[in-house]
Ligand binder design. Structure first.
Ligand SMILES: *[C@@H]1O[C@H](CO)[C@@H](O)[C@H](O)[C@H]1NC(C)=O
Ligand SMILES: *[C@@H]1O[C@H](CO)[C@@H](O)[C@H](O)[C@H]1NC(C)=O
Ligand SMILES: *[C@@H]1O[C@H](CO)[C@@H](O)[C@H](O)[C@H]1NC(C)=O
Length: 397
């Protein structure tokens, strides 16, 4: 029963509903995250889409297995997988995966414990075993290739483990046409992502535990350190290059925080080598977020980034995807859309942006999480905007 003062109003409303012209049928807009179970393993690490195929590759490091996942060509949903041991045995430490641009359809893999890089043909059907086309041995004193990147005519690897000979850490590169032509660049503990700045061609690499970024001037071989100011956060890990056209062009990286959590901060490396930082402001999932990886989320009309928050180093950070947009001059974050991963404590690890969906690997919980939108696109999810932008309600009639 409505309170009596409201009763006349209710009658008016009921009448107006009864007499108004009914509105057009509206199809429902949705977004959803679906998780896909992979074989049980302690460490599910990197993911990469093999260009020109329906396969996603996933590395499981703790048992050195490569999982080939077949995707439905229209929905991109994982439909089947087959698992292949890589290396001499289960302790070979399969870790990095990077699709080759020089050899389309082929992928680079790293065997961290065998101190090797492999160029592999993943095979054209799900059950085809990967074929090793080339093996590159990391020369002494380098140790422990982790993330790998093909940059121009070189293959690069961050060597995660201290050298048994010198106790130092190194970044490795080899000329792909002459893989005995190699270089080791001494760096701080521990090199992770390696990228090339598109306007200067300098190489930059994140060093997680020492919270610093190293720059390599390839023309002179000189290296310099760009420490992360502790006031903004610690632990640079994921770094990507956005090609040199468009407002976000250049290098972007994220800060993964420490055992107390993150600071919701990510950064950009300007061609000068200056670092610029951006911090999320919405007091939801984002302010304590520790970001491990990122990806370009731009549309033709809107520059944007995906940031992957992770509980890897601290349960104070959620496992979540955050899509951020910027003002016109890219001086500050103006929009933040949050998508929690279904399983928390998943240690969300890497993002791959596909044609229509976004895939995330869960290191601790041997799963893939896939985000997709129906009837709208990432960034168009109005309820996410309503949390920060009251003008959303101006659409109400
Ligand atoms: C795996 O292979 C390495 C290198 O041959 C060897 O040292 C190690 O003992 C092997 N481990 C197992 C579990 O077989
Ligand atoms: C390959 O690189 C090695 C080491 O730099 C060099 O000695 C050798 O001459 C190169 N081979 C060719 C064919 O260029
Ligand atoms: C974690 O990082 C913050 C800076 O973001 C720093 O203030 C804090 O002392 C660090 N905590 C530990 C345990 O290292």
């Amino acid at each position: 029963m409505l309170p009596s003062v409201l009763q006349p109003l209710a009658v008016v409303l009921a009448l107006s509903v009864g007499t108004s012209v009914s509105q057009a049928v509206t199809s429902i807009i949705s977004r959803r995250v679906t998780e896909y179970l992979l074989p049980v393993a302690k460490q599910t690490h990197e993911i990469a889409k093999v260009p020109g195929s329906n396969f996603l590759l996933v590395s499981q490091m703790s048992n050195s297995k490569l999982i080939k996942v077949e995707l439905d060509p229209s929905t991109e949903a994982p439909i089947a997988y087959q698992s292949f041991p890589m290396g001499e045995n289960s302790t070979s430490g399969l870790h990095g995966i990077w699709p080759s641009a020089k050899f389309p359809g082929m992928v680079w893999l790293s065997l961290q414990s065998e101190n090797k890089l492999l160029l592999v043909d993943p095979g054209s059907t799900l059950s085809d075993a990967p074929t090793i086309l080339e093996t590159i041995d990391i020369p002494v004193p380098g140790n422990g290739p982790h993330s790998i990147f093909e940059i121009g005519n070189h293959i690069w690897a961050g060597l995660k483990d201290p050298s048994p000979q010198t106790g130092e850490y190194y970044a490795f590169s080899a000329d792909i046409d002459n893989t005995t032509d190699t270089a080791l660049y001494p760096c701080l503990k521990s090199p992770v992502f390696i990228q090339q700045e598109p306007t200067t061609s300098h190489i930059y690499l994140t060093q997680d535990a020492s919270s610093s970024i190293m720059r390599i001037d390839l023309s002179t071989g000189e290296t310099s350190q760009l420490p992360i100011p502790p006031s903004v956060g610690v632990n640079p890990v994921g770094m990507i290059t956005i090609p040199s056209s468009g407002p976000l062009s250049g290098l972007w990286f994220v800060l993964a925080g420490n055992s107390t959590g993150g600071t919701g901060t990510f950064g950009r490396i300007l061609p000068s080598g200056d670092l610029e930082f951006f911090t999320l402001s919405t007091p939801l999932l984002g302010t304590g977020a520790a970001f491990l990886h990122l990806a370009d989320a731009s549309t033709p009309s809107e520059p944007a980034l995906w940031l992957l928050a992770t509980s890897l180093l601290s349960p104070n950070s959620p496992d979540a995807l955050v899509r951020v947009t910027f003002d016109e001059g890219i001086t500050e974050v103006t929009g933040e859309e949050y998508v929690a991963i279904l399983t928390q404590n998943a240690w969300a690890h890497r993002i791959v942006v596909m044609e229509k969906t976004v895939m995330v690997s869960e290191l601790n919980t041997f799963s893939l999480a896939q985000l997709g939108y129906e009837g709208t696109a990432a960034g168009g999810w109005l309820p996410a905007r309503a949390l920060t932008d009251p003008t959303v309600y101006e659409q109400e009639v």
